[in-house]
Ligand binder design. Structure first.
Ligand code: SF4
Length: 481
């Protein structure tokens, strides 16, 4: 009889660089405190951090496979009641280039996905007050009738919180109201929830950048409801803007705590009893399957117009975000006069450091996704040596991130080659991270290619007033779930 899930113990008296501690974290016998995690993020040499994260990843996933998924990102509307200052995608309903896709448009996109062997749609939109609950129910039923084999990964927590505002469901608590809506959407065909809208959980940062978007408590509660209904979800973090390093650690800590809750209440198996890749959770209770983080893309956004820290004569001392950020999330904007007025963008090094830390900190999350979409294919490939086990998606469409900067487009052969060249067998997974196809023979997508000039990574970059209005635009970029 397998024992029940127990979170690994913290050892606060040990230094972050203690090899015994890190070795225990790698083997799942210990977990990092927030203080140790921050010390690692700030001070550990990049290569060493990568080695520890890679060791932990190998402990969880073994040495043989690294995965990707084939799905399609469908942004069903760009009309949104929120005004996030990092967003170049949203429109007001009366804007000339606002849109809401017709059902038939969405079915057509899914048919194209199905034709190339895709298994999942990632469907998210703006929060559009004009769409009633019946519109969503009809859409989900229509998709399931036509494409029963396609997994519907849709509606991130901020959308659910706005559903509660728009539909006014019965219930005395936010949790009750979310559950009322979610049960109906699940019965209509919703399979799992993407982790969009996570951004940074710390209130001081969230209030500055996510105007009109739900707070962290509501976001996490929404995911908890999904878990109680047996659904898998993912969690995300968008960093490299006004936040401090401690905010990133606080964000990961909250995800870890709520994952503990889901695994404990769900009667999950002790991970110590499971081998690499073996499930620890029960199918009747969901949990976070994956964590994906990526750096903020600044172009075409109000947030991106802030001056970068260090470029002004009066930029002395610590970065304002670091002054405000507290490991318990208690920082307030009045702790630094320049907080929220200066940016600190994240490049490849900060990206790899943050991703590697997420692998070590989130000891109870199975999959860490590599975000090549914004960082480019080769940084994404290196990410497989910095704690990531999954390369995300060969996907056919994306509109949100590409509205705010350059993103990259990779097809299946390129993605497979990147994984193989990193030293692993490329394997297509499904939405629950089970491997459905391993490319170990001459029929592999990458091994059939003789002319790679046809398969170079393409850059996608939408100008502010350009193609964003086109609901029919079809491009290939990776997943942001
Ligand atoms: S990020 Fe999402 S919620 Fe925020 S304005 Fe853009 S579409 Fe709306």
């Amino acid at each position: 009889m397998p024992s029940i899930y127990k979170a690994p113990q913290e050892h606060a008296h040990l230094a972050a660089a203690d090899r015994g501690l890190l070795d225990a974290v790698v083997h799942g016998h210990a977990r990092l405190t927030s203080e140790q995690a921050l010390d690692i993020l700030e001070n550990m040499p990049l290569a060493e951090l990568g080695r520890w994260a890679d060791a932990r990843c190998r402990q969880v996933h073994g040495d043989t496979y690294r995965t990707y998924v084939i799905d399609r990102n469908i942004n069903y509307t760009n009309v949104c009641s929120a005004k996030c200052i990092f967003c170049a995608f949203r429109r007001d309903a009366e804007d000339h280039d606002s849109y809401t896709l017709e059902y038939e448009d969405i079915y057509e996109k899914i048919a194209e996905l199905s034709d190339i062997g895709g298994t999942q749609i990632l469907m998210q939109g703006g929060m559009n007050p004009a769409l009633p609950l019946d519109w969503y129910l009809g859409l989900l039923r229509g998709i399931k009738e036509r494409f029963p084999h396609i997994h519907i990964h849709a509606f991130s927590p901020p959308e659910f919180i706005e559903f509660v505002h728009f539909f006014n469901p019965p219930g005395s608590t936010l949790e009750d109201k979310i559950r009322w809506v979610m049960v109906r959407l699940r019965e209509a065909g919703l399979d799992s929830l993407p982790g969009g809208g996570g951004e940074i959980f710390a209130p001081a940062v969230r209030r500055k950048i996510g105007l009109g978007k739900c707070d962290a408590e509501a976001w996490l509660t929404c995911m908890y409801v999904a878990h109680t209904l047996g659904m898998f979800t993912s969690a995300t973090m968008m960093f490299g803007h006004i936040e401090g390093l401690a905010d990133r650690v606080h964000h990961m800590r909250l995800v870890r705590e709520w994952q503990d809750r889901a695994l404990l209440e769900g009667g999950a198996r002790d991970p110590m009893d499971a081998g690499p890749g073996e499930p620890i959770a029960t199918p009747s209770f969901g949990h976070y399957k994956a964590f994906i983080s990526w750096p903020f893309q600044r172009e075409n956004t109000a947030l991106g117009r802030l001056r970068e820290w260090g470029q002004g004569e009066d930029d002395s001392g610590d970065f304002p975000g670091d002054v405000v950020a507290q490991l318990d999330g208690s920082g307030t904007k009045d702790m630094h006069t320049e907080f929220g007025r200066r940016l600190r963008l994240a490049g490849a090094t900060q990206y790899l450091r943050t991703q590697a830390l997420s692998r070590l900190m989130l000891d109870n999350i199975y999959s860490i996704g590599s975000s090549w979409v914004t960082m480019g294919p080769h940084v994404g490939q290196v990410g497989l040596k910095f704690g990531a086990n999954d390369m995300g998606s060969v996907m056919m469409e994306e509109n949100v991130v590409s509205s705010a900067g350059t993103t990259y487009c990779l097809n299946e052969p390129v993605l497979c080659r990147l994984i193989r060249d990193a030293g692993y067998l490329p394997s297509q997974r499904d939405n629950t991270y089970d491997i459905i196809r391993t490319h170990d023979g001459i029929g592999s997508p990458d091994l059939q290619v003789t002319d790679w000039s046809e398969h170079r990574a393409r850059k996608l970059h939408k100008q502010a007033e350009a193609e964003v209005s086109s609901a029919t635009l079809t491009v290939s970029v990776g997943s942001r779930d």
